[in-house]
Design a protein around this ligand. Sequence first.
Ligand code: FAD
Ligand code: N01
Length: 544
Amino acid sequence: MSDPKPARFDAIVVGAGFAGLYMLHRLRGMGLNAHVYERAEGVGGTWWWNRYPGARCDVESLQYSYSWDPELERDWTWSEKYAAQPEIQAYAEFVAERHDLKRDISFSTSVEAAEWDDAAGLWRVRTSAGPAEAPQLILATGCLSSTSMPDIPGREDFRGETYHTGLWPHEGVDFTGKKVAIIGTGSSAIQAIPIIAAQAKELVVHQRTPNFSIPARNARLTDAQREAWRARSQERRAWARANTRNAIVTTLPEKPVLEATPEEREAEFTRRWETGGITFSAAFNDLALDEEANAYAAEFVRERIREIVKDPETAEALCPKDYPIFTKRICVDTDYFETFNLPHVRLVNLRETPLETVTEAGVRTSAGEEAYDAIVYATGFDAMTGAILNIDPVGKGGRRMSEAWAEGPKAYLGLMTAGFPNLFLITGPGSPSVLTNMIVSIEHHVDMICEQLSRMQARGATRLEAQPEEQEAWVAHVNARASATLYPRAASWYMGANIPGKPRVFMPYIGQDEYRRKVAELAAKDWPGLSMGKGRAASDAAAG
Ligand code: FAD
Ligand code: N01
């Protein structure tokens, strides 16, 4: 039997999260025959998969939503300041229906491999449903979509129920009457723990590294709040894009904490703590830059933890002390620290009693074995590169992305990698992505990709490729920006530190406002780092 004939498109998009959905809409608008492959059964990406109890956004919903269609904003009603997963997933569904996107999406279909055919000027893609090909391949595969299961001996032996927060069963889980172990204390765990605790007979939290967390102060939104946002949303979003590092509307810090009096310091930290949410980090403008400044913010949060948690030993174990605050994505919680005051919730400090094995019955630490009905792994993701390297695209000369990125990911503007023509990344490493309100960064990258495709169309070009020298300079610039801050001091997933063997490189670009300025300058110079071509290699046949 001969191989089935490949499905042929102008552009293939992988992933139907917020990035893939907007990309498809824009490609259609350009008159291109685009198709999306998505391994899930529906749209939403992150919000399709992360259905663990308590999952919700940490950027206010009014802002954590698309800006490209004012009618979406007019017709969608967010119920809470921070919407929960079902509502965000329903929003993705609403957008897909409104713009009739699903007819060009193949669900339950994984992209398994992709290879550039230089002679044909095509990406040849292998999907779980058969082959496909297109001159343009766009990876909207997500920065936090490749779940990471820790390599704990005996994990497969456990006879009880096993869950990962990022692969939560759609039918939900009933923990009533059960003794539950949770492993990990990152953002996912911090959201899930209070809700699981409300149900379970007993909950034991296994913590290796404590995390800083700020109360969300979540609340129902009123009509007046929604209307006030709608009236000025375009203007306020534009302001945040132009003036903030993370594209989140907030009041900007007025001064460095090192110039504040003790009273001013306390008042501003308290005001931000009472307001709640991640803009606590914007209290002063030197918090991520200076160790002494950072220590004030860190101590303020530790003091709050000590106030909330009644058992002093547990409180001290929950206080992060060995990395600066804000150098990992700050967590946002509802009653996380309060949960440790409940009689049936206990903390196991894995720094003191390391986790040794998972057994048939439960978990063994150096203090002994404990039996559980269920183990929840809240152990995170192979972030930023995982989903791309799962496909491991093969570029020019048969070179794999995993080879090109052996020392850490290299992508010009976080958008394209040299040696991989016509392959675009949305919020790839080297772009602001995970340090921002991601929907804003997604929209920026989708728009940038469309600009490149329009330039190619206008000049009759068939290839676009990042230039190696410009790419090296960009990667050096990304690293230099990180090195000027405290960020590299934490063993974070931003650094690849959560995955054994992953190169330790700070992956995102710090400052989406500065990134936008750089991109605008490059656009004004007609994109010197991206070369266009018509024939074989882009560099052989530059078309302007
Ligand atoms: P995703 O939503 O991850 O979508 C990628 C899609 O690609 C997935 O559906 C996946 O199944 C699919 N895919 C991947 N590989 C393949 C393949 N080989 N074949 C087929 N399909 C594939 N960001 C914020 O800014 N604010 C927040 O409040 C926020 N909250 C978050 C909460 C959680 C629990 C998590 C995990 C992340 C959160 N994020 C948040 C980050 C979030 O990932 C982004 O905001 C955004 O949803 C990413 O959209 P995306 O389309 O780029 O990627
Ligand atoms: O994952 P994480 P996450 N033994 O990597 C621990 C976004 N998000 O899913 O720090 C024991 O942060 C690990 O310990 P350590 C957000 O961007 C947002 O929680 O490596 N423990 C850590 O405690 C976030 O940053 C929201 O010592 C092990 C935990 O598992 C990102 O997604 C909600 C271990 C993993 O934490 C990822 O968050 C959820 C082992 N072998 C997610 N291996 C919002 O609030 C790992 N751990 C919007």
